[in-house]
Design a protein around this ligand. Structure first.
Ligand SMILES: NC(=O)c1ccc[n+]([C@@H]2O[C@H](COP(=O)([O-])OP(=O)(O)OC[C@H]3O[C@@H](n4cnc5c(N)ncnc54)[C@H](O)[C@@H]3O)[C@@H](O)[C@H]2O)c1
Length: 413
């Protein structure tokens, strides 16, 4: 069986999740990892999972000569530079011919457009890694409800949410590095999966045409003195100077180009979800039918009483971003599969080995960036952003949200 040889740029949190996913895809090898923090540990995990042999490379250029595809799992602020090096290596004749980039594609339209342009310049096959679209629960509801969509008509409303108590690394909290707060970090997931689930079955990804975006952002928890101080103490990020939003909610309105019907996708994201841990929630309403997904509902729950709580091994083995290690715990035994990482790797592998772009190419990531930017603009102006207006679309091309500029104090209080 021909296998896809993959090289990682980034060996932190998502990279670890991704190798657990790759171990569930037969035709993948983790051939290389760029020498950075966590690389050695990840390489030995890969060997244990039979994904190796895995070599640690001291540069992207060197790794590009040994792999078919490079996966960008580095921080948002380091994407473009990595992509430039991949393209330069490719132009100089390196083996690499494909690239995956985890969300978001860019912190703004300029960056996302550069990523698309560079991929085209390097004639690289692309996969924008938006795992939620690949969740088996999303795919299954589409299959199950296909007859209803056909006989009754498509969905008219989706709601999607991703929430947890806050990110694990300081750079995520810094809006100038990450691109903003929770809207940039997790809003891109909810906006993408909402649009995807709303799209009538069998139609192209961008069939439903975005018409307008209305959004509100707020700093509800991490701006309060005791939480702000905790953030400064533990992460070195000062929200009294450069705050970012920990809550975002909004609605994107789409038009069906054939019927003219207006449909809506609502999104809600927060870093102030003080429940068991990460929760992804999606639902959708069609005429006479509906679906609902809640990743905190598991067939497995575990109880750990006070007397036994000191023996807890690692609360995050139960659930990503777990906040508790005793009591009745929600446990998800295969999160890499639940959240769609397995299926996004499978899709990229199959597509690349066939010489095709994946289901979600970089150009799709660019469209999601446009919607996220429109959401920030709406929140900043406190008005609905009209995406059918040519001037607004042009403005979004160079727009950098105030929060991303480090000027969140002017907007959030
Ligand atoms: N799909 C998801 O649900 C999901 C979840 C978490 C993170 N992510 C995305 O994955 C990316 C990485 O996030 P993470 O949580 O793994 O971060 P992390 O901080 O845990 O890991 C980042 C890794 O990149 C390395 N790195 C730092 N600077 C670099 C540079 N200039 N060049 C190359 N490598 C560099 C670090 O050493 C580390 O190994 C982010 O873009 C994030 O948005 C996606």
């Amino acid at each position: 069986m021909k296998k896809l040889k993959v090289g990682f740029v980034g060996s932190g949190f998502i990279a670890e999740f991704q190798i657990k996913a790759m171990a569930q895809v037969r035709a993948m090898e983790l051939t290389g990892i760029l020498k950075r923090s966590g690389a050695e540990r990840l390489a030995s995990m890969a060997e244990e999972l039979d994904l190796g042999p895995t070599k640690i490379f001291s540069s992207i250029t060197e790794m590009a000569n040994a792999v078919d595809a490079i996966a960008l799992y580095c921080p948002n602020y380091a994407r473009l530079e990595a992509m430039e090096e991949i393209v330069a290596a490719r132009k100089a004749g390196a083996l690499v011919y494909a690239v995956m980039c985890d969300k978001p594609l860019g912190r703004n339209m300029k960056e996302a457009r550069m990523m698309v342009r560079l991929a085209e310049e390097g004639k690289l096959l692309t996969s924008y890694f938006e795992n939620q679209i690949h969740m088996k629960a999303i795919t299954s509801q589409l299959q199950q409800l296909a007859p209803q969509q056909k006989s009754m008509g498509p969905l008219s409303l989706t709601r999607s949410a991703e929430e947890h108590a806050g990110p694990h690394m300081p750079w995520f909290w810094d809006p100038t590095k990450q691109g903003g707060g929770v809207l940039s970090d997790m809003g891109c997931h909810s906006i993408a999966v909402g649009w995807y689930a709303l799209n009538p079955i069998g139609k192209p990804l961008t069939y439903l045409e975005p018409q307008s975006v209305t959004c509100e952002v707020a700093l509800l928890k991490w701006g309060q003195p005791q939480w702000r101080e905790k953030l400064l103490r533990e992460r070195g990020v000062d929200y009294s100077k450069t705050p970012a939003e920990d809550f975002a909610t909004g609605v994107v309105t789409y038009k069906n180009p054939e019927t003219g019907q207006r449909v809506k996708a609502q999104f809600t994201d927060s870093w102030m979800f003080d429940k068991q841990g990460l929760r992804l929630f999606m639902d959708g309403m069609g005429p006479g039918y509906a679906f609902e997904i809640n990743t905190l509902v598991s067939p497995l729950s575990i109880f750990i009483g006070d007397a036994a709580s000191s023996q807890v091994a690692d609360q995050e083995t139960a659930l990503e971003k777990s906040t508790a290690s005793r009591g009745l715990l929600a446990v998800q035994p295969n999160e890499a599969d639940l959240y769609g990482y397995v299926d996004e790797n499978l899709d990229a592998t199959r597509s690349f080995l066939r010489g095709q772009h994946a289901l979600l190419p970089f150009t799709y990531g660019l469209e999601i960036t446009r919607l996220v930017m429109a959401a920030y603009l709406s929140a900043e102006r406190k008005q609905t952003v009209d995406l059918t207006d040519a001037k607004t679309r042009e403005e979004l091309e160079t727009y950098i949200p105030l929060i991303q500029q480090g000027r969140g104090l002017e907007q959030l209080c």
